[in-house]
Design a protein around this ligand. Structure first.
Ligand SMILES: C[S@@+](CC[C@H](N)C(=O)[O-])C[C@H]1O[C@@H](n2cnc3c(N)ncnc32)[C@H](O)[C@@H]1O
Length: 230
């Protein structure tokens, strides 16, 4: 009996240590805004990314101008939020949302340091949009993979939430550098979007330029959706 209790305590202690080690590893793996190395979306400023065709492609699709209100959903370190802030100017607003508390805190600090009052960094839960219905002239999602889900109702609900965030005439721009097997592909996305009351204004496949890590690139896409009738 005493032996059994001892073994139970030892097993609990081992599990505790393993949990702590896993939490530590997760913490170390999380990117910091502006830090190198790490994925490019973990850098708020990135001259390499400035030169990539995808940056110009996405910004052209958003078509941001002075005074506009833009939601950058899943903003990461805020690379695109900063570009959008320059385009909307002091009279506009960029709400940069992310589920990662630390990225949001770092971006808020960066925006403050640069005097960019038009950026509001906001932490959200995964299903939360972070702006009021009808608020956005445009919603941008770059590499915030819309997931293939077993429940079409769930995917529809997510797209419906995007639609509700738009003002009449507003647009949603969804860009994936590359799609992974768990992402909605372009056909599935456009089909569901139509069912959610989002009109497909344009869509195109995108192939990332070859890199040493992915010599052939992997196809992604750019979809521009408008707020259609409910
Ligand atoms: C690959 S990064 C892309 C960041 C940014 N869009 C860019 O292109 O630099 C994806 C980001 O989306 C965030 N994210 C994932 N799901 C989200 C959700 N449902 N709502 C808000 N942010 C989300 C992640 O925390 C991460 O920072």
């Amino acid at each position: 009996m005493a032996d059994g209790q001892g073994r139970g305590r030892a097993a609990r202690a081992v599990r505790g240590v393993l949990r702590l080690a896993a939490a530590g590893a997760r913490l170390l793996a999380r990117p910091r805004a502006g830090a190198r190395p790490g994925p490019d979306w973990a850098r708020a400023d990135d001259p390499d990314r400035d030169r990539r065709d995808s940056t110009a492609l996405v910004l052209r699709a958003v078509d941001a101008g002075p005074g506009m209100r833009i939601l950058d959903r899943g903003a990461g370190a805020g690379y695109l939020s900063l570009k959008l802030a320059a385009l909307v100017g002091p009279g506009g607003q960029v709400v940069a949302t992310d589920t990662d508390r630390r990225l949001v805190r770092d971006l808020a600090a960066l925006a403050r340091a640069r005097g960019l009052d038009q950026i509001v960094a906001r932490r959200v839960r995964a299903d939360e949009l972070g702006v009021a219905p009808g608020w956005a002239d445009a919603i941008l999602m770059v590499d915030v993979g819309l997931r293939r889900t077993r429940s079409p109702a769930r995917a529809l609900a997510r797209l419906g939430a995007l639609r509700r965030g738009l003002r009449p005439g507003g647009r949603v721009v969804i860009f994936q550098h590359r799609t992974r097997p768990h992402h909605l592909d372009l056909d599935a996305l456009t089909g569901l979007a139509a069912a959610a009351g989002l009109a497909v204004l344009s869509c195109q496949a995108y192939r990332a330029p070859p890199s040493p890590e992915e010599p052939l690139g992997r196809p992604g896409y750019l979809a521009v959706l408008g707020r259609g009738p409910a």
